[in-house]
Design a protein around this ligand. Structure first.
Ligand code: BGC
Length: 931
């Protein structure tokens, strides 16, 4: 394979995992980069330079050629100054003698600890029309640069002469406003080439709108007053500076928006007449400290044209967007003056009609009263989780006039995966859309009902999947910082939702997000900074649990969600929310596991004392679990899928083989169907694969009957449901109390697909520079390919079954990385092909690969296609729904005693006499041979 003509290139140059950040909080600076298209295999040295100018001459830091520099994370200590732009780059030398320099990057600090020239201002808060705060800006001289530092509560949007400044929505974003209030920085240099009016529209949102579970929700949890602070700093060409801050000289006019909350939507009345201009008044600062932003920008990404205009049986006009997503819309309207247009959103139709009862109290609407002119309406201070839109009040609705706009945090796609199975492809898409719809600044549970909150448990279980799919470091770093802020006033307790908005309850698995998410990020990114930043939060959570646990296992006895929404609740009720695995057991296991993570994090950070202390605590707690829940021979006293999955994951039984066997039997007895909830499901297939039960993992994934992922898809899901039975087989929604069709938690199966199906496994040492690639082949999929642009570079894997015994497989290992490839089902002679560079280094059936592209085609040791006959076990026959259906045509299936499911038809006949005649068996063989 020729590598000539390739030029080494650097890409993904980031500081604190951000690209050219303007005005972000910067307590430390860590650089990272990636290399592609090199002739060489690895970096031999790198040089990082930081300067005050773009040509990098006013140097502040120069590492020189550093042979130890890690491309994953290169921390540099800089004495950063406020409002300063820094330029930086990195150069890399490879072992083939190449040198490449990255494009110059920058980052710009915000105000840091500097005083604000602007003051907090407000207006008459008894007038419901949302206020515009305005100020005429007349630049005195030629403008060299201009920055706007601004925050507005509840939400704000800034404009210059009517033009929106920046492209963000829902600023200043959501966090614990009692602890910190984010401000953003905008570059206004271009806009200030002319004079104009700076105006800021304030909305309600998370700060002062109806939001959360609190009794104070109607007023707003954090405050009930609009507040604005801004500071415009203009630097003129002659070097002089002008600072315009918010104060009593700002004017207030009123918008035509009379109502806006996140859950309910907006009301805009264009027939309203202007009100007399008011003057801004000074007000108290909010409780939280003004802090430079950590939130990624929330912007418009995909746009959707309606796929269908539906006239429903109930006489409604409904648009189907074809995909459930979170966001807003733009809608062109031109109706006679005074016309009221009512727009509502929903996730599903019922009996062909519009439906939104499952949004509970969220009105999720937009009301517009026309002044007779043509307008394009765009909601400003709300968002919707929707697929269907009901529109009333438009005379002659045209599909083309409505466009759905997906809103979510600016994340970048990192992992893509495609298979030969349409339903599985749809599952991947549903999971990504579940992610996008729930990455609106906070990792939320759902984007549509009166909840949309940062449920810690949901975030925790989905974080590995999210990180295979998208670049999540900065997104989670903000969430985790906020979590730590919440813990401060709660004695280390991690509230069930972050921001808590008054919720003070906590639970195992949910609160353990404080330990598990930072640890996951460290595994993926190999950057210790996240552990350093979160160490106090991790530790104080475990300390909190210890304090509740006391001398008598107190932690077990407080309320825990446990295996939330699992299907094995002993009551057998369909709408039960608790699972069948004792919550006390789960609580104790996670206590021990989190203590272990604190110890491991301490080890990474060199905190010896804590490493020891939490290792001891963890060992003690694991020992407690073993003593309480396991017999002397290693039998787990809780016989549920989830309990045994946890047993294997955490090595809780001394009899691993017995546990595996029992777990296999549990799945067999349940016809390879899951019963798991929020705890068991995300771990299930990973644990099965790690314990040699990949066959069950595949069956669970590919099961098209209830309950399962593909079953949802067959019922029309375009995102992942909250419950396995969110929608019944007849298309009716199963309940309205707690039933969202866009909850990403169960999308966590995608982690297994990346790790074990296409085989891009998690790294043994953090950062993906060395991984094991071990794909698993499956005839029903036929083929599978994935690319993962990991923090260390892009891995690619693809396999294709050309026939049941012949596979074509290719992998790509990025620069600076190595992989240990396990060829699935390869015979020994496959490795004898010494022409193929894949086999240059083989040991015990593992190919040790250096960077490069590899491909191989080989015969598998066994056929991947199941061959069915009268010798196949009943269980295997029944595991294939088509086979089962075909058998049902020729015999009554309930005659077959399922306790003998491991017998074949032939064996059953022999065992119990009165079996089928040889002729009948041959007929069955003939019929089964077509599958
Ligand atoms: C949320 C969740 C959450 C759960 C915990 C629900 O209301 O939507 O997904 O984790 O409550 O009880």
């Amino acid at each position: 394979m020729s590598r000539k003509g390739k030029m080494m290139k650097l890409y993904d140059l980031k500081v604190n995992h951000l690209t050219n950040p303007l005005g972000f909080r910067m307590e430390s600076t860590t650089f990272s980069w990636k290399v592609k298209e090199a002739q060489g295999k690895k970096q031999t040295a790198a040089r990082v330079q930081v300067a005050l100018d773009e040509t990098l001459t006013q140097t502040l830091f120069d590492s020189g050629w550093d042979e130890t520099a890690s491309s994953l994370a290169y921390p540099v200590t800089l004495n950063l100054q406020p409002r300063t732009r820094y330029y930086w780059t990195v150069s890399v030398q490879s072992d083939a003698g190449e040198t490449a320099e990255g494009e110059t990057q920058w980052f710009e600090t915000a105000k840091m600890s500097e005083e604000w020239a602007g003051k907090w201002i407000t207006c008459d808060n008894s007038e419901p029309r949302l206020p515009f705060f305005t100020k005429k800006i007349i630049p005195a001289k030629e403008v060299k640069s201009a920055r706007l530092y601004i925050s507005g509560l509840g939400l704000y949007e800034a404009y210059f002469d009517g033009e929106k400044i920046g492209n963000e929505f829902l600023t200043p974003y959501s966090n614990d406003y009692d602890e910190w209030v984010q401000y953003q920085t905008y570059d206004m240099t271009e806009l200030l080439k002319k004079q104009g009016t700076l105006s800021v529209l304030l909305g309600n949102g998370w700060y002062k709108g109806r939001f959360g579970f609190s009794a104070r929700e109607e007023k707003g949890f954090f405050g009930d007053e609009w507040k604005l602070i801004a500071e415009l700093r203009i630097v003129y060409a002659d070097g002089s500076e002008e600072v315009i801050g918010t104060d009593e000289s700002w004017k207030v006019t009123r918008s035509k928006i009379t109502w806006a909350t996140l859950y309910d939507g907006e009301v805009r009345d264009d027939t309203l007449q202007p009100l007399p201009e008011e003057t801004a008044v000074l007000c108290d600062a909010p409780k939280g400290v003004l802090t430079a932003r950590m939130s990624l920008p929330v912007t418009i990404h995909e746009t959707f044209a309606p796929v269908e205009l539906i006239h429903t049986p109930a006489g409604e006009t409904v648009l189907d967007m074809g995909q459930e997503f979170a966001g807003i819309f733009k809608f062109k309207v031109h109706e006679p003056a005074g016309t009221k247009i009512h727009i509502q959103t929903g996730e599903i139709l019922q009996q062909g009609n519009f439906y939104n009862d499952n949004l509970r109290t969220a009105k999720s609407e937009y009301i517009y009263i026309s002044d007779g002119t043509e307008q394009e309406i765009i909601p400003r201070f709300t968002y919707y989780g929707y697929r269907y839109v009901k529109i009333e009040g438009v005379m002659d609705l045209r599909k083309e006039d409505f466009v759905g706009l997906a809103l979510y945090s600016d994340i970048t796609d990192k992992g893509t995966m495609h298979t030969g199975h349409e339903l599985v492809n749809q599952l991947i898409s549903n999971t990504r859309w579940g992610l996008k719809g729930n990455f609106v600044d906070v990792p939320t549970d759902c984007p549509q009902r009166d909840e949309r909150m940062g449920w810690t448990g949901d975030a925790q279980v989905f974080s590995p999947t999210a990180t295979y799919l998208e670049d999540t470091y900065a997104f989670y770093a903000k969430y985790l910082y906020d979590m730590a802020q919440e813990q401060k006033s709660l004695g280390g307790k991690v509230p069930d939702v972050v921001p808590s908005v008054g919720v003070t309850s906590c639970a195992c698995v949910w609160g353990d997000a404080s330990c598990i998410i930072p640890w996951n990020l460290y595994q993926f990114y190999g950057d210790k900074q996240i552990l350093k930043d979160q160490f106090e939060s991790m530790k104080s959570w475990v300390d909190y649990v210890t304090s509740v646990d006391g001398d008598n296992h107190g932690w077990r006895y407080v309320f825990h969600y446990g295996d939330w929404l699992a299907l094995d609740n002993p009551s057998g009720k369909k709408d039960a929310v608790l699972g069948g695995t004792d919550e006390e057991f789960i609580a104790n296991v996670y206590y021990a596991a989190s203590a272990q993570l604190v110890s491991k994090a301490a080890a990474v950070l060199g905190y010896e004392e804590e490493e020891k202390k939490y290792a001891e605590l963890s060992e003690r707690q694991f020992a407690e679990v073993k003593r309480e829940y396991y017999s002397q021979t290693g039998r787990c006293c809780i016989k549920t899928q989830t309990a045994l999955i946890l047993t294997l994951k955490y090595g809780l039984s001394d009899n691993v083989e017995y546990t595996r066997k029992t777990l296999r039997r549990l799945f067999e007895e349940n016809e390879y169907k899951l019963k798991t909830g929020f705890v068991g499901t995300p771990l299930m297939c990973n644990v099965l694969s790690e314990n040699g039960m990949e066959d069950i993992a595949w069956k669970l994934l590919l099961n098209e009957e209830y309950p399962g992922w593909l079953h949802e898809i067959k019922l029309g899901a375009t995102t992942v449901w909250e419950r396995w039975n969110s929608v019944e087989d007849d298309g009716s929604i199963s309940s309205t109390g707690m039933n969202s069709l866009n909850h990403y938690s169960y999308g966590s199966i995608v982690e297994w697909m990346f790790r074990f199906a296409v085989g891009i496994q998690l790294p043994k040492t953090p950062g993906f520079q060395s991984i094991r690639i071990a794909p698993s082949l499956n005839w029903h999929l036929g083929e599978m390919e994935a690319a993962y642009d990991s923090p260390a570079g892009t891995y690619k894997t693809a396999w294709k079954l050309v026939d049941p015994t012949h596979v074509e497989l290719s992998v790509e290992v990025p620069f600076g990385c190595s992989a240990q490839l396990v060829l699935p089902m390869a015979k020994e002679e496959t490795f004898a092909d010494n022409q193929n560079p894949m086999f240059a280094h083989v040991k015990d059936g593992v190919c040790y690969l250096e960077p490069g592209k590899y491909a191989v085609s080989y015969e598998t040791a066994e056929s991947l296609k199941m061959v069915y006959s009268s010798n196949t076990s009943i269980r295997d026959l029944f595991a294939n729904p088509q086979v089962k259906a075909a058998l049902a045509n020729v015999m009554p299936l309930d005659m077959i005693p399922m306790q003998y499911a491991s017998y074949s038809m032939r064996e059953l006949g022999e065992k119990f006499g009165q079996g089928m005649s040889e002729e009948q068996l041959k007929g069955i063989d003939q019929m089964l041979s077509q599958f």
